[in-house]
Design a protein around this ligand. Structure first.
Ligand SMILES: [Zn+2]
Length: 143
């Protein structure tokens, strides 16, 4: 244990050595004073809770694995005022001449746009499954 707290904004005497996560989980150990250790512990707890609360995106994950790709964009001219971030799901290979837009989600942040797209995919999923279509190398539809 070091003599002083290793929080660079703090000059208290060190009280405890705690594992901290810099690049990987618990990859370093630092000496902290009591107040800093408490603040750190609460921060870790908050981060863990936020990570648990954040929902997975099962529809989007499935779509990316099997159906197509997603384009994220920032659109200041979004008429719905629900943006400005947009997440567009395209069905098909990663080629805009061939791929077709399926649906999109908007939000005031990237995560919001992805969450919105997840909800849209859930609503359109059955419809998408009915439109199975493949393309040859020139982009023509093949039945
Ligand atoms: Zn401290």
């Amino acid at each position: 244990m070091k003599e002083f707290c290793q929080n660079e904004h703090c000059e208290n005497p060190g009280a405890n050595v705690v594992p901290v996560s810099v690049e990987r989980a618990s990859d370093q150990r630092r000496t902290l004073c009591r107040p800093c250790e408490e603040a750190y512990t609460w921060g870790v707890q908050h981060g863990t809770l936020v990570a648990q609360v954040r929902p997975a995106l099962p529809r989007l994950t499935r779509f990316l694995k099997k159906d197509g790709f997603v384009i994220l964009s920032h659109n200041d001219h979004d008429p719905s005022a629900a943006g400005p971030f947009e997440a567009w799901a395209y069905r098909g290979p990663l080629d805009l001449r061939v791929a077709t837009p399926v649906t999109f989600g908007v939000g005031n942040g990237v995560q919001d746009a992805l969450d919105s797209l997840e909800a849209q995919l859930e609503a359109t999923c059955r419809h998408v499954d009915l439109r199975e279509e493949t393309h040859d190398l020139d982009g023509r539809a093949v039945s």
